[in-house]
Design a protein around this ligand. Structure first.
Ligand code: MN
Length: 240
């Protein structure tokens, strides 16, 4: 490598290093507030081809990061609310000062929903078994029926929102769509799993074909992680 080439190479490497630091800075936004963006538990391209890396980078590093930043900003002058764990903050949404209620609903809900979302996906999808499979068969007849109902609810949801499977402490499962960033946690319920049907979750890859995204998404559900949530819900230790 000539000196000139080396200089060019080094300049390129320095630019890349700067970009990496900047990206990391964005992905791990820490504004000193009580809530932090959790890192993605896998590489951004781990869910390809079903969810593309660019969608994951934007979804996590921009959208989710934005909810965390705005949640912390809303709570800045509300020390009591800021001291609550996220699930308690959301469960008490109707008791919060009106000035921050909408911001907490949108951004606190967004933070909880996306934190759950990253944690239940992964490359190692496998299939439900044991207690979880028994509960799905009992409450939805079969995994296929659950998926059918879930996808239909996602297609029907007008605008932006989520479809959730809720889990009661006795293990009973339910299906519920929610608008925007609302979550069953706001009603004191627990979420077993959920899919994001905001356009930002799929538009780069699927454009307007939400139904295709809903179908493909099941390929990246990590059933081991879902089974852990199911066990935690029954033990009363599942938070968000
Ligand atoms: Mn989203």
């Amino acid at each position: 490598m000539s000196n000139v080439d080396r200089r060019v190479f080094m300049a390129g490497a320095a630019a890349l290093a700067t970009a990496a630091v900047t990206d990391r800075g964005l992905a791990e936004t820490d504004d000193g507030g009580p809530f932090k963006l959790p890192p993605l538990p896998y590489a951004a391209n781990a869910l390809e081809p079903h969810i593309d890396a660019r969608t994951m980078e934007l979804h996590h590093g921009k959208h989710h990061a934005g909810y965390v930043t705005k949640l912390n900003a809303a709570l800045k002058d509300h020390g009591q609310a800021a001291g609550l764990p996220l699930e308690k903050l959301l469960a008490s949404i109707n008791d919060l000062p009106e000035a921050i209620r909408a911001a907490v609903r949108n951004n606190g809900g967004g933070h909880a929903n996306h934190s759950m979302f990253w944690s239940i996906m992964g490359a190692d999808a496998a299939a439900p078994d044991g207690d979880l499979k028994a509960a799905i068969d009992r409450d939805f007849t079969s995994l296929e029926k659950l998926q059918e109902q879930f996808n239909a609810a996602g297609e029907k949801l007008f605008g932006s929102g989520w479809v959730f499977v809720t889990v009661a402490q006795d293990g009973k499962l339910g299906l519920t769509p929610r608008r925007n960033q609302a979550t069953p946690i706001m009603k004191g319920q627990r979420v077993l799993l959920g899919n994001d049907v905001w356009e930002h979750a799929y538009y780069l890859n699927y454009e307007n074909r939400r139904a295709d995204y809903l179908k493909a998404w099941w390929n990246v559900v990590n059933w081991k992680a879902v089974a852990e949530r199911y066990a935690a819900a029954k033990a009363g230790t599942l938070t968000i």
